[in-house]
Design a protein around this ligand. Structure first.
Ligand SMILES: N#Cc1c(-c2ccc3ccn(Cc4ccc(CN5CCOCC5)cc4)c3c2)n[nH]c1N
Length: 239
């Protein structure tokens, strides 16, 4: 899998050489390339933004540098196998399902906007050439797309076959199909007693059936308390 990042702050992506992702890069599972959008400007100030047509607050990212960067990084021929991700406050929700879909893709290009956003023609042009995902991390405001691109990267790459040492742990996570869309149960490890707080006895019983029931009940309780939106009527009936 090749990952490209276009940003006026390419240094954000230096962290991708750390931890598991760094190991994946070393193992050849993932190739990471960060690009400075200003490398495709031609004025002395390396300008990437301008005032919004029709007025309004802030600045908008000019289309020209993006187009020239696309030509050099991706190419000038349409190729639907290339997936271009635009993090955006007005994007569709980024979910585990989207992460799963992207994990089988060979090439992803992240376009990280700043200011008030990117000239919309850049997104329209990208849609005419490649497979585009305009996605939002959630209902809160970031200053740009870089942090979102990092989060999306982690969510996607950890699903790539061969990346995680123990793929079974993926199956038991919250938001994964294997858990019926329920939140993950509380986790404990040694010591059994810590600052007057004990591991629930059932988890020390060695009785796998009871342990499985306790964990299921806890997942249901937590989901009903914290994420009623995840429990549809069918799921509630089953639980
Ligand atoms: N993913 C994700 C994100 C982002 C995100 C992603 C990409 C960019 C690029 C620039 N920004 C800054 C920015 C902030 C606020 C606004 C809204 N304003 C638009 C003009 O009208 C007033 C309202 C726009 C742009 C970004 C933010 N924020 N939150 C997420 N979950």
């Amino acid at each position: 899998m090749r990952l490209d990042y276009l940003s006026i702050f390419p240094g954000y992506f230096d962290v991708l050489g750390i931890s598991l992702l760094g190991k994946a890069a070393v193992n050849g599972l993932v190739d990471v390339y960060a690009h400075d959008l200003r490398d495709w400007t031609h004025d002395r100030h390396r300008t990437v933004d301008d005032t919004p047509c029709g007025g309004g607050a802030g600045m908008v990212m000019k289309p020209d540098p993006w187009g020239e960067a696309f030509d050099e990084i991706i190419g000038t021929e349409p190729d639907p196998s290339v997936h271009v991700v635009f993090p955006s406050p007005s994007g569709e929700p980024f979910t585990q399902s989207v992460a799963h879909d992207l994990s089988s893709v060979e090439r992803i290009v992240f376009c990280c906007g700043r200011y008030e956003g990117i000239d919309h023609r850049v997104i329209d042009y990208a849609r005419s050439m490649w497979t585009v995902h305009e996605v939002s991390l959630g209902d809160y405001v970031l200053n740009g797309g870089e942090v979102a691109a990092l989060a999306i990267t982690e969510a996607v790459v950890r699903l790539v076959p061969g990346f995680m040492g123990n793929p079974q742990s993926l199956a038991e996570e919250s938001f994964s199909a294997g858990q019926d869309g329920l939140l993950e149960y509380p986790l404990f490890t040694r010591p059994v007693s810590w600052r007057g707080l004990d591991v629930p006895e059932v988890l020390m019983s060695g009785h796998h059936g009871r342990i499985a029931k306790w964990r299921r009940d806890e997942s249901i309780r937590l989901t009903r308390e914290r994420r009623p939106d995840l429990t549809d009527s069918d799921v509630s009936a089953r639980h």
